[in-house]
Structures are given as structure tokens and as C-alpha cells.
Design a protein around this ligand. Structure first.
Ligand code: Z5A
Length: 212
């Protein structure tokens, strides 16, 4: 019998919403329950393209806005063969940011429309579940100052939040909004419940193509 495929689970949200914390907790919980699971994050700064992006985010280099958008997308596409292989092997992937961040962050810049921003990511593996960690700017500020990286200002993050809200109206994506203001353990419980439901149903479904 062919192996049941893994689920593609994405966590999205604004800065300091707790995405990395929750991806790691979900990874551990699924591992402890004996499920095959791995974590990925975007941007993946380990590749040649990822290093260009990392230097840009750290303000060590400047890149034209369209160019960096396409690099973020290319950084996802270069991982697609590996992602598909793992999903086919029955491994669930827990992913920290994906194409939705790509569209929301570039779309928040002046002169960009969401339609253009989505185009390079059309056809990527479609997540079975996208959890948006919802956190107000006031609550995010309580979790510490913004860092030094590009995009880490409250006005830009508000514009990003608006773009995410627009993307979440798309009924073709299985969006779940998670109240990220709760304790780490309570957020984890909500995320685990949604993830287990998704893993069970994704087994029997073909992997979709994003925005197609
Ligand atoms: N970007 C883009 O422009 N285009 C793209 O295509 C993609 C990304 C994929 C990458 O940043 C930047 O690239 C990002 C988007 C852009 N720019 N911004 N902003 P990154 O991935 O390297 O880092 P990040 O995603 O910005 O991390 P983050 O948002 O700052 O953090 P987080 O992962 O959401 O949160 P955390 O690190 O898990 O937690 C933050 C703090 O809050 C930490 O001290 C925790 O202990 C605390 N925390 C977490 N949960 C809680 C709860 N529940 N209560 C209290 N405190 C908590």
C-alpha cells in the first residue's frame, strides 16, 4: 500500500506573534506522539539565495523591491522538490512563514498590488492548514522592542497586518485564526488541535497547488 502523505502546516502572523515558539512546540509534540514531522522556515537563510535575503534583511545590502520579492519566492521554489519528497514519504512539515508573508510584506510597500505579489508563488505546494497567529501591535510591543532588521517598525507591521487580513478572505485556503495573546501553552493546545485534525484528513487528499 502506498504511504499516506504528510500534511503541510504553515504558521503565519505579524512580528513577535510567537510563530517560531509555536512551530518548535508543535514539532516536539508531534515527534513525541510518534508522528513523522520536520520543521522548515522561510526565508531559509542557509542557501545561496537565502544568504542574499539575509544580508538584505540585516541591511548589509540593498536590493530593488521587485527583485527581493522574487528572491523570497525563489527561496521557496528551491525547496519544493525536497518538500514534495518529504510529504510523499509521509512526513508532516511544520513551516514558519510561507508565501503569505511574501505577499503581505511586499504588498505593504508603496506601489505594489497583491495580484502581482502573488504571481511568483502560484503553484507552490498548497498548505493543508494555515494558522494566523493574531496579536495586536500593543501586545506585540509588550514582548520586547523591535530588532534592527528591515521591516521591524510598527507602522510597517500595521500595513502588513492589513494585507494578511485581505489574504485571509480567500476561501480556497484553510485559514485558522489563533488568538496569540494567550499563554504559550494555551496557544499550543489550539494549534495542536487544528494540526491533528489536518494531519488525519490530509492523509487521504492529493497535495494541492497554491492559488491555482
Ligand atoms: N519576509 C518577507 O518579506 N517575505 C517573505 O517571503 C518571507 C518573509 C517568508 C523574516 O524574519 C523577515 O522576512 C520577516 C518577514 C520577511 N520580517 N519581519 N518582520 P524571521 O523569520 O527571521 O523572523 P520573524 O519571523 O520576523 O520572527 P518574529 O516574527 O520576530 O517572531 P515570531 O517567530 O513570531 O515570535 P517568537 O520568536 O516565537 O517569539 C517572540 C517573543 O515573544 C519571544 O521573546 C517569545 O518568548 C515571546 N512569546 C512567544 N509566544 C508568547 C506568548 N504566548 N506569550 C508571551 N510571550 C510570548
Amino acid at each position: 500500500m502506498a504511504c499516506k502523505r504528510g500534511a503541510l502546516i504553515v504558521l503565519e502572523g505579524v512580528d513577535k506573534a510567537g510563530k517560531t515558539t509555536q512551530c518548535q512546540k508543535l514539532l516536539q509534540a508531534l515527534q513525541q506522539s510518534g508522528r513523522p514531522v520536520e520543521m522548515m522556515r522561510f526565508p531559509d537563510r542557509s542557501t545561496t539565495i537565502g544568504q542574499l535575503i539575509s544580508a538584505y534583511l540585516q541591511k548589509k545590502s540593498d536590493l530593488e523591491d521587485h527583485t527581493v520579492h522574487l528572491l523570497f519566492s525563489a527561496n521557496r521554489w528551491e525547496m519544493v522538490p525536497l518538500m514534495k519528497k518529504k510529504l510523499e514519504q509521509g512526513i508532516t512539515l511544520v513551516v514558519d512563514r510561507y508565501a503569505f508573508s511574501g505577499v503581505a510584506f511586499t504588498g505593504a510597500k508603496p506601489g505594489f498590488c497583491l495580484d502581482w505579489c502573488m504571481k511568483p508563488d502560484v503553484g507552490l505546494p498548497k498548505p493543508d492548514l494555515v494558522m494566523f497567529l493574531q496579536l495586536s501591535p500593543v501586545e506585540a510591543a509588550l514582548r520586547g522592542q523591535f530588532g534592527e532588521e528591515r521591516y521591524e517598525t510598527s507602522s510597517f507591521q500595521r500595513a502588513v497586518q492589513q494585507k494578511f487580513e485581505h489574504l485571509m478572505k480567500d476561501p480556497s485556503i484553510n485559514w485558522q485564526v489563533i488568538d496569540a495573546s494567550k499563554s504559550v501553552d494555551d496557544v499550543h493546545k489550539d494549534i495542536t488541535t487544528h494540526s491533528l485534525n489536518t494531519i488525519n484528513t490530509a492523509h487521504n487528499l492529493p497535495l494541492g497547488e497554491l492559488w491555482k
